[in-house]
Design a protein around this ligand. Structure first.
Ligand code: PLP
Length: 406
């Protein structure tokens, strides 16, 4: 497609990855809008000389099904075009596989990983299991305390895993500062950028080396696929690709086509979810049953200033902490919701609610945080979908009434 590298993200979302040679057939004039779903394990070579030439490690050439076909190449290329500073993108069968692929590409036995204390729980589990068994030690840090983070580096620290806003608790940290400290110390910065996507946070431009996303969430957007991606700088991409090839990572062409379809409407959906989430957050902030609204897009909420400084967009994911209620009250609230499903995942077109309790998943920081009333500790996370926000607010209103009725 004729498209400027400098066009705005919404424009790039439409044209990204749509190479004429992937959407058309040589000899037939014109082409289709989208690349076809290329199902295939086997690429046929023209003759022995063609086979002998081989291109096992070149992108954009048929080789064998595990190296993909235009359906997957178009998705990977589109994601690279959306991430300023990226040399390329690798696709994985889930977000967790993407996190594993990224970590294993920068860490070796004997290395130390610094992981933010508000990381997605399966990332923490990976540190305690797979990484520990591979001889990699993980140390957790408080994402809001750059001095303590700096003091934790040692000779063996080879990577840091960042996430902002943090899973569930939504802390926003100073990513440019933390990434700069890692670079000074010779460690790679990885970020789980699922919440913002490159539309909301340009991770590599802000100093990170590898940007990880669960495409299951915003990019898929319709709760019908699992996938992950890692986009990397030129210095890190070759090793990322080699690691993912050696792990045998591949995504199905059907899922890649669904993810590409989701990608085309990403900016529209994120804008709508952000504006609805903000209306819900403002309404929640005025409720007597709530101690804190954890939504960095909300002026006055924790992390808002850094969010406003570094981010160019938000999404529909936010949390709140009940004021002194018990678990049965929280269950009454969640069970009374009619428009919110109860489920993990988020970023789909439908709204979801889930209870959370970070107290069990903290290593470097207390929960509730210092300065909070210890009675205010039970959380609810909402994923705001595409419903009319006034209906969602009315639903929350009647659910709070049901909670208080007991
Ligand atoms: C869901 C999620 C993941 C994992 O993605 P899957 O596709 O479910 O494996 C990673 N990071 C964050 C922040 C997530 O919310």
């Amino acid at each position: 497609m004729a498209q400027g590298k400098h066009s705005k993200p919404a424009t790039r979302l439409v044209s990204a990855g749509r190479r004429a040679e992937w959407t058309g057939v040589p000899g037939l004039p014109g082409g289709m809008v989208n690349p076809p779903v290329w199902r295939g394990s086997t690429h046929l070579y023209q003759d022995s000389a063609d086979l002998a030439r081989g291109r096992p490690n070149e992108d954009g050439h048929f080789y064998y099904g595990r190296r993909g076909a235009p359906t997957q190449w178009a998705l990977a290329e589109a994601l690279t075009e959306l991430e300023p500073g990226a040399a390329g993108t690798q696709l994985y069968p889930s977000g967790v596989a993407a996190i594993a692929g990224a970590l294993l590409s920068v860490l070796r036995s004997g290395d130390v990983l610094l992981m933010t204390d508000n990381a997605y729980e399966p990332s923490r589990a990976m540190a305690r299991g797979l990484l520990r068994d591979a001889g990699i030690e993980t140390r957790w840090f408080d994402p809001l305390d750059p001095d303590a983070y700096r003091a934790q580096f040692c000779e063996r620290t080879k990577a840091v895993l960042l996430e902002s806003p943090g899973s569930l608790s939504m802390e926003v940290c100073d990513i440019p500062a933390l990434a700069a400290i890692a670079r000074e110390r010779g460690a790679a910065s990885l970020i789980d950028n699922t919440w913002a996507s490159p539309l909301g946070f340009k991770a590599l431009a802000q100093g990170c080396d590898l940007s990880i996303m669960s495409l299951t969430k915003h990019v898929g957007g319709h709760s019908d696929l699992m996938m992950g991606s890692v986009s990397a700088t030129p210095a890190h991409f070759a090793r990322l690709r080699r690691t993912s090839q050696q792990l045998g990572q591949v995504v199905s062409p059907d899922d890649a086509a669904l993810a590409l379809r989701g990608l085309r409407t990403l900016s529209l959906r994120l804008e709508r979810e952000t504006s609805s989430a903000l209306q819900v957050a403002e309404w929640l902030a005025g409720r007597a049953e709530i101690a804190r609204v954890l939504c960095p897009m909300l002026p006055g909420a924790p992390g808002h200033e850094l969010w406003a400084r570094d981010f160019t967009g938000g999404c529909g994911l936010l949390s709140f902490i009940l004021k002194g209620r018990d678990e049965s009250a929280r269950a009454r609230l969640i069970d009374a919701l009619a428009l919110f499903g109860i489920g993990f995942s988020w970023g789909g077109y439908e709204s979801l609610a889930i209870p959370f309790d970070p107290a069990h998943t903290r290593s470097a920081t207390p929960w509730p945080p210092a300065g909070w009333d210890p009675a205010d500790r039970l959380g609810v996370r909402l994923s705001i979908g595409l419903e009319d926000p006034s209906d969602l607010i009315a639903d929350l209103d009647q659910a709070f009434a049901a909670m208080e009725r007991g």
